[in-house]
Structures are given as C-alpha cells and as structure tokens.
Design a protein around this ligand. Structure first.
Ligand code: ADP
Ligand code: MG
Length: 617
C-alpha cells in the first residue's frame, strides 16, 4: 500500500487549532487582553464594533515587539513566555501556549502595529487566513495595537453560530470585567460602536469593583483578609442583605487569573449559612494567591477550571476567613430578615428557667366540620398565625375586576360553582367545599368522587401567569403610578438586558423614565406587583433571561409572564389560611389550563374513592 499520511499545511492546522481557542468575539478579547497584560501594559483600550463581529481592537502601551518577533508571533507554538518544560510549573504569565495569535490570524483579517521602546520605527503587519499579506515599517506609539476584523470570515458555519449582538456583547463585557477586576492597577476602557461602556482608571480593588458595578456597591462590601502558608486571601464579599437573585457577581481570582470553582463557591455559600434568603446568591470578589507549583495551570485555553493540590485545606481556610469577616463587621447578628419578632425571647425572660410547655387542646375541634364564617382551622391556632393577610394577597390590589379587598368567601364559592361545577359536583355535603393545607405545601380539597391535592406554588404560578398574559395581551397594561420614582441599581450587564426587554416590560405595566449605565428609574409598575418587590422580581427576571433573550415579541412576553409569575407566586412553606387556600383553588379552576403550571409541571392530582377503596381492599 502506498503511503497516505501527510502533514497538514499550516493554515489548515491553524484553523483547526482556532476552533479550540476562539469560540466567539469574547474569546479574542480575552486572549488579546492577556497578551497586553503579559506585555506589562499600564493602559489597555478595547474597541469593538457590532459586538466584535466586525471589529475587535486592543491597544496597549506595553513592551511591544521587535521586527522579527512581530512576524514570529503569528506562528503556532511561538511564545516568549516559556523556554523549558520546567517553566510550566512556575508560570507568572497568562499565556504560554503560543497559540492564540496563530489561531486568530487563521480565521480573521488581522492587522498588527507594534513598536518596542528601543526601536524608533514600528512594524505593521497584515495577515489574512494565516497568510501574511503585507509587512511595512510604520510610525506608531510604543506598545502594540491589534485589529481583528471579520471574525470567521472563512468559516461561515462558525459565523452563523454566533448569537445576537446583545448576547455577544454580554460575553465580551463578562470577559472584560473579569480581566479588569483581576488587574485594578491597569487602566482599561471598553468602547462599543463609538460609545464608551467602561472607563476604568488604575486604582485599588475596592474602587475597581465600584467603578464596574456602580457607586452603591461600595457600601455593600465586607473585606476579607487571611494569610496562611498555603494561601493568601484578600477581597470582598457582599453583605448578605444585598444577596442577588442571580449568580452574576461571583468572582474568584487565583494568582490574578479569573477561575470558576464550584467547590470553593460552596465554601463561600457555606460561610453565609443562615444569613441568606432562599435562592439568593451572595456577591463575592475573592483573590487567592497560591504557590504556582501548587496548582495545575495546564488547563485548556478556554476553560477556567483549575486544580489545586490542597483543595480541602483551601476550602476550610476560605470558609473560616469569610465567617470571621461577616462576624467582625457585625453583619451576622442583624441579618435575620424573616425572623418573626414574636419569636424572640423577651429580655425579661432571658435568665429565667424554662418551664414545661403546656399543651392546649381545643376539645371542640372537628376537622370534618366547617364552621362557615368562623376562623379557619388549619391555619395554625398555635399563636404563630400572622395577623396581616399573606403578602401575596396584596398582589391583587388594583385588580378590581376580580378582587375585593376583603375576600368574600361566599362569593368565591358562588364563582367556583359556576366554573368548576363539574369537578366539584353538587354541594349537598358541606364538607366538600373545605380545604386544608398539608405540610405548608399542598392544598387538599375534597371532590364529589374523591380528593384533590394541589401544589400551592405551582397552582398560584399558573393563576398569575394567565393573569399576566391577559394583562399584557388583551387589556392594555395597567400601571400603578409611583408617587416617588424608584431608582434601582443594576450592573452594566443587567442594564443591557433591561434595555432589550424594555418594550415587553412596558407592556406589563412598567414605566421606565430613565435607563443609565448602572441605574434605572421607574415611575410605574404593574398593578400585580408590590413596590417593595420590584427590585427582586427584576433581578430574578434578568437571571431567567441570562442565557438568551428571545427575539420575537411573543416569546419574550411569554417568558416574562412565566418568570414574573414564578417569583410572585406563593412559595411552598408558606402557611395559608383557608380563605387563601380556597382563593387559589377557585382561581386555578377558572384558568384555561389548570392541570399544568407554565413550565409543564403537574399542578394537582386526584385520588378517587375507587382508588382509595382498592387500597383498603
Ligand atoms: P502566548 O501568549 O501563549 O505566548 P500568543 O499567540 O498569544 O501566545 O502570543 C505569541 C507571542 O507574541 C507572545 O509570547 C508575545 O511574545 C508576543 N505578543 C503577543 N501579544 C503581544 C503584545 N500585546 N505585546 C507584546 N508582545 C506580544
Ligand atoms: Mg497569549
């Protein structure tokens, strides 16, 4: 057989390698930024057009390159950063593979201008699809400027795979922020289509965080410091009361490199134990310094995971350092947002011996008997009952067509008969209309033919979802005008998303009077939403849209309604009195699709008398 194996031509090999390094414009930015940092730049400008699809340019004032190097840098495995295999174990630079520029040049039009301090004249080189098309001397300031144009021009499939400009811009902002946070002592700027998104002067960590995430961030930060033989930790965690509904602001840096670590994240979350509301995420900006020998940096170029030698020790140190900070800064004791003050031990009692609890029994209590207008029996007659109506009820204020402030039980029953007549059968038996709550999670109701078990959260989500959709699509959105405009802080990335969603949000009743870089002013909100919940609902919403924002209006509206309904709905674990329970049941069965929540999960199950009979057979 004749020989068939050949070496791939360089430009083909480079294109294949490019697939590894460059997924999207943001990857180009990351590589170029890292090169500029390795070149000891003190000022780095990033300029992009059309989310980097048309142009990515990075200009630095670093050491620059000689004529020969400026040609060499586009070769694969050409690097100035390591010489020996051993160097890999004491890396101080970001790059070391010598692959990035070769890869980028294989799939774009690249123009490099560079000059080192010693040279009087710089070099300008143009490369297209790995081929050098020109090389000339040029006048250029000390440092390096690299323009990457028409990314993936020769791989249409990859180009088509790119997401909308907004999504790609968000990826770029993410990469940019990670690098900028890791190097507060460098001046960075980011300009998109002529408008400046970030201008970050050289400063300290705290100020850098504030410059990126907005002025109000400063007061939310608690410093963390720890110095041990294994690791030196510095940075900040966000105060628990400012924990976010999305994971947005969580950053680990190891030796000035952004990394992801679910394991260390766990340590942080564990140190916040008991201080966070359910489903909220603490912000953190933590800088770890470890001996380069103790980590395996030989990771995939696009991966941000890292392997530590002594993970368990790191975990423990990190957790205790944060706990200590939270305690020291007096954050811990004042944190209990949801504590019922009635449960606090009154001061007088603190030193008294505990007496044996007395049990009170209501001897007249009969679970099978409904006493009509008397107090509902299943809402806990144990002294813990809330005096105020559950908060979700206030969500209905303003929905005149369906709600009276005082919910009239009789009237609801009447409605329910109309709508759910078939399901509930006749009403000869009084017990049939009663409901009770199981485990603060399920509403149980009797049917003519058996029993009905309803998941309270899912049911309420379905109800709110349909109401929101109706509000948005059928009736023109009703807004409650706010007496004082709400000014809410969001980070840059969130503001970008809000801008995209603005139109749909306005259909639900939001009125945005101003959207700035890191602040949004709201003068009207949907009638269904209490003012105090707006920030949290919007954060949750943005977290839901995090992955991608659908383009067409309908799916946007739909996702919006789903997300709002989900966060507004009464949670499992919430005690409901019987009026509240029946309210949900009645509204549920007035829905178009009561059986499923908007996420296609079962809302209720039934158990017929026949089935019960079988179990007792
Ligand atoms: P690596 O960073 O892994 O060495 P790259 O392909 O990113 O590989 O870069 C190749 C080489 O080009 C670098 O090792 C460095 O010597 C040089 N280089 C790249 N960018 C710059 C820059 N902005 N300033 C000075 N030298 C640079
Ligand atoms: Mg590099």
């Amino acid at each position: 057989m004749s020989n068939v194996i050949q070496l791939l031509p360089d430009h083909v090999a480079n294109q294949i390698a490019a697939g590894e390094v460059v997924q999207r414009p943001a990857s180009v930015i990351k590589e170029l930024l890292e090169n500029s940092i390795d070149a000891k730049a003190s000022r780095i400008q990033v300029i992009i057009k059309d989310a980097g699809k048309t142009l990515v340019q990075v200009v630095d004032d670093g050491v620059g390159m000689s004529i020969t190097d400026s040609r060499m840098c586009f070769e694969r495995h050409a690097t100035s950063k390591i010489k020996l295999a051993d160097d890999l174990f004491s890396l101080k630079t970001k790059g070391f593979r010598g692959e990035a520029l070769a890869s980028i040049a294989a799939i774009a039009h690249v123009e490099l201008k560079t000059r080192s301090e010693e040279d009087e004249v710089g070099t300008c080189i143009k490369v297209e699809g790995s081929k050098v098309v020109s090389q000339d001397p040029c006048v250029t300031p000390k440092g390096t400027s690299i323009c990457v144009k028409n990314l993936f021009y020769n791989i249409p499939a990859r180009r088509n795979f790119l997401k909308s400009d907004n999504v790609e811009t968000r990826h770029i902002i993410d990469e940019f922020q990670r690098v900028a946070l890791a190097h507060p002592d460098i001046n960075f700027s980011l300009t998109h289509n002529g408008s400046e998104l970030f201008q970050l002067p050289a400063t300290n960590v705290r100020q850098r965080i504030t410059n990126i995430f907005g002025g109000k961030t400063n007061e939310k930060l608690v410093p963390v410091e720890e110095d041990t033989e294994i690791v030196k930790i510095s940075g900040f965690v966000g105060k628990p009361e400012f924990a976010k509904k999305s994971r947005g602001e969580q950053f680990f840096f190891v030796n000035d490199r952004y990394i992801k670590s679910p394991y260390l994240n766990h340590a942080v979350v564990a140190s916040f134990e008991g201080l966070l509301k359910e489903k909220s995420y603490p912000s953190y900006f933590l800088y770890l310094e470890v001996d380069p020998k103790s980590i395996d940096i030989n990771i995939h170029p696009t991966k941000t995971e890292i392997k530590f030698d002594d993970e368990h020790a790191l975990y423990a140190i990190l957790k205790s350092a944060i706990k200590h900070s939270l305690g020291q800064f007096n954050v811990a004791p004042m944190l209990d947002f949801e504590r019922d003050s009635e449960l606090d031990t009154p001061y007088d009692y603190q030193n008294k011996a505990a007496s044996a609890p007395q049990i009170e029994v209501d001897r007249n209590f009969n679970p099978f008997q409904n006493e009509g207008s008397s107090k509902p029996q299943f809402s806990g007659g144990n002294g813990f009952r809330r005096e105020k109506p559950a908060q979700w009820e206030s969500l209905y204020s303003g929905m005149q067509q369906e709600t009276e402030t005082e919910v009239d039980v009789k009237q609801i029953e009447f409605e329910s008969e109309e709508v759910t007549g078939n399901l509930f059968g006749g009403r000869e038996d009084e017990a049939e209309k009663s409901t009770f709550q199981l485990h603060k999670k399920y509403i149980v109701s009797t049917l003519k033919s058996g029993i009905l078990v309803i998941d309270q959260h899912r049911a309420h989500t379905r109800v709110l979802y349909e109401e929101l959709l109706k509000n948005i699509t059928v009736s023109a959105a009703v807004s409650q005008q706010l007496l004082f405009p709400l000014r809410l802080q969001f980070n840059n990335h969130e503001v970008e998303m809000l801008k995209e969603l603005k139109e749909s949000l306005e259909q639900t009743g939001f009125i945005f009077s101003q959207i700035d870089k890191d602040e949004v002013e709201i003068t009207g909100i949907p009638t269904l939403i209490p003012e105090s919940e707006v920030q949290i609902l919007l954060e949750q919403l943005l977290a839901d849209f995090e992955k991608d924002v659908p383009h067409d209006g309908f799916s946007q509206t739909d996702l919006l309604a789903k997300s709002l309904a989900k966060s507004m709905a009464v949670r499992s674990g919430t005690l409901l009195n019987s009026t509240e329970q029946q309210h949900i049941v009645n509204r549920l069965f007035a829905c178009k699709e009561p059986a499923l929540n908007p996420f296609n999960k079962t809302v209720f199950i039934t158990l017929s008398v026949d089935e019960l009979d079988k179990k007792f057979a």
